[in-house]
Design a binder for this molecule. Structure first.
Ligand SMILES: O=C(CO)[C@@H](O)[C@H](O)COP(=O)(O)O
Length: 217
């Protein structure tokens, strides 16, 4: 099934609660929550208190993208704050296998993310262990960037690798995804689409519905 994961990083934080409720009402299956530490990426975004405050507002999947150095230090806290899916960056973990195992032991969905410059081969060793691979279509750290065209080839490559291994791993794409290019990334093999600016600029409910209708075609 194809799923939409609106990134609340692009939302109006002064009314975050009602924006999350809008996403739910419009039918988005996931809520994408970007956690940045100012080290792995230059910016700092939000943390456990924000997650806890919006958790009671929806039962949609909390898709938490950890852009933090050594994420293994905080797995328990993010699960306690309501994460259903935790994604760590291959480039940020001291021991990627152990970190993924720790997420799975908590009984939630485990994802691994790669930056545009990281080859898909770098995660071949953990592909059997993860439920999802997040392919960054922009350099992580900020919303509102343009999708880097070469990253679409990486999605094709990853999809081929997943098929060759006989797996059914989900592929999530994140960064610069719009209604104009979502068809291309889905053709390449992505089935979970993160969109920030394209959802939160304008009428949020209408944008979610447009994405969902496009993605179900
Ligand atoms: O992880 C990130 C940015 O680092 C993304 O989740 C962005 O927040 C997506 O926003 P747009 O590129 O769609 O505006």
């Amino acid at each position: 099934m194809n799923c939409l994961s609106p990134s609340i990083l692009a939302s109006d934080f002064s009314k975050l609660g009602s924006q999350v409720e809008l996403l739910d009402r419009a039918g988005a299956q996931y809520v994408h929550i970007d956690i940045m530490d100012g080290m792995f990426v230059p910016s700092i975004s939000m943390g456990f208190p924000v997650m806890k405050s919006i958790r009671p507002l929806t039962d949609r999947i909390f898709d938490v993208h950890l852009m933090i150095q050594e994420p293994e230090r905080y797995i328990n806290e993010f699960v306690d704050a309501g994460a259903d899916l935790l994604t760590v960056h291959a480039e940020a973990c001291t021991n990627l296998e152990r970190t993924i195992q720790k997420i799975k032991e908590k009984g939630i969905i485990a994802g691994v993310a790669i930056k545009p410059s990281t080859p898909v081969e770098q995660i071949a060793g953990v592909l059997k262990e993860v439920d999802m691979v997040l392919v960054m279509m922009v350099n992580p750290g900020f919303g509102g960037q343009k999708l880097i065209p070469g990253t679409i080839d990486k999605v094709w490559e990853l999809k081929q690798m997943i098929n060759e291994m006989g797996l059914e791993t989900d592929i999530e794409v994140d960064g610069g995804v719009t209604l104009d290019n979502v068809g291309k990334v889905m053709d390449a093999g992505a089935n979970i689409v993160v969109a920030g600016s394209a959802i939160f600029h304008g009428d949020v409910e209408d944008n979610v519905r447009q994405f969902l209708s496009y993605m179900s075609e």
